[in-house]
Design a protein around this ligand. Structure first.
Ligand SMILES: [Ca+2]
Ligand SMILES: [Ca+2]
Length: 336
């Protein structure tokens, strides 16, 4: 018998009398169902199957088939309606990319054409870990057990990148599986954009700081320092000596081509500074946009728009090419 797998489904929740009336069945290698010769010996149900009867070496047995069970069912449950935040969406349109906020309530209406749904066996995960039970409401619809409403409330998820997955089977002998996935990124497009997080060297977490060009005399500092207009800290770029081309940039893969974004924030600068948005595709720079900001003694708001071509990743940068201090804080990139 080595290598032969036998899966058994037992309709044990039905009374035995009624169950035997519905019979027992096995599935052959071609997927056809046949009545199974069953005898009772005391408390045991005895079945006799030969490899020739099964064909293919694998079978599924249904002992005491419940009346409701439809054997010939290889179709998974399907989605009849999807609502995100109350709006209709296609079930295949739930890879939402950057949303900037939680999608809130996501509702699926599901049904199976043949068998009841295994609502008790429904599995829900967020980024692979079990979803908190209070974030999922499961409501049977009608009294056939074949329809249900699954409502996810994702409003409590903190900003971040998420994959929420629901796995639901029908109660067919082969347990046909429906997998539903909702993907979104509710984090801001620019992370640590108030420069509150710094590493042990004072460099802003999530940003890369450096010089795009230099000479033997170049001397500068780019670090997070106390001050600013939001929180406790801000970014300070200090040009000290030599050729100065100082940049603090964040890489992102979330910007959509053709969408106009507003890059805003506040700055102050002794000699003037600049903003950049750069797009790269297949190792080539396909867009390089730049905006100069004049010298400003006090904290000054700025807002600058850019639109990128299709790209693999983009860089959002604040820059300075001048001696003295240029400060930045409370940066944001949002669709216009
Ligand atoms: Ca089915
Ligand atoms: Ca800040």
């Amino acid at each position: 018998m080595a290598g032969r797998r036998v899966a058994v489904t037992i309709g044990c929740w039905l009374g035995m009398t009624a169950a035997f009336a519905a019979g027992s069945f096995y599935r052959d290698g071609a997927g056809r169902w046949h009545e199974l010769p069953v005898t009772r010996e005391g408390q045991s149900t005895v079945v006799r199957l030969s490899p020739q009867m099964i064909g293919g070496g694998t079978t599924v047995l249904v002992l005491d088939k419940p009346d409701w069970m439809v054997l010939d069912d290889t179709a998974a449950p399907s989605v009849t309606q999807t609502l995100v935040g109350g709006q209709k969406r296609r079930p295949d349109d739930l890879d939402m990319g950057w949303t900037g906020k939680s999608p809130g309530e996501v509702v699926f209406a599901v049904r199976d054409e043949a068998n009841p749904l295994d609502l008790a066996g429904l599995q829900a995960t967020v980024n692979g870990a079990p979803l908190e039970a209070q974030w999922l409401t499961v409501q049977p619809v009608g009294d056939t057990g074949k329809q249900a409403r699954l409502a996810l409330d994702l409003s409590e998820l903190p900003p971040g990148r998420y994959t929420v997955e629901l796995r639901l089977t029908d109660l067919a002998p082969t347990r046909n599986l429906l997998t539903l996935r909702v993907r979104f990124n509710s984090a801001p497009l620019l992370g640590n954009a108030g420069f509150e997080e710094a590493d042990a060297d004072g460099k802003p977490v999530g940003w890369s700081a450096g010089a795009w060009s230099s000479d033997a005399d170049t001397k500068y500092d780019i670090s997070v320092k106390p001050g600013g207009v939001e929180g406790q800290r801000a970014l300070c770029i200090t040009g000290i000596a030599g050729l100065l081309n100082m940049v603090c940039a964040q890489r992102t893969e979330e910007l959509q081509p053709g969408v106009t974004y507003v890059f805003s924030g506040q700055y102050r600068s002794e000699g003037g500074c600049a903003l950049s948005a750069i797009a790269n595709r297949e190792g080539q720079e396909v867009d390089y946009f730049s905006q100069d900001l004049p010298a400003a003694a006090d904290w000054t708001p700025f807002a600058w728009e850019f639109t990128l071509q299709p790209h693999d990743f983009a860089l959002i940068a604040v820059r300075s090419g001048r001696p003295g201090e240029s400060w930045f804080d409370d940066l944001k990139v949002v669709p216009k």
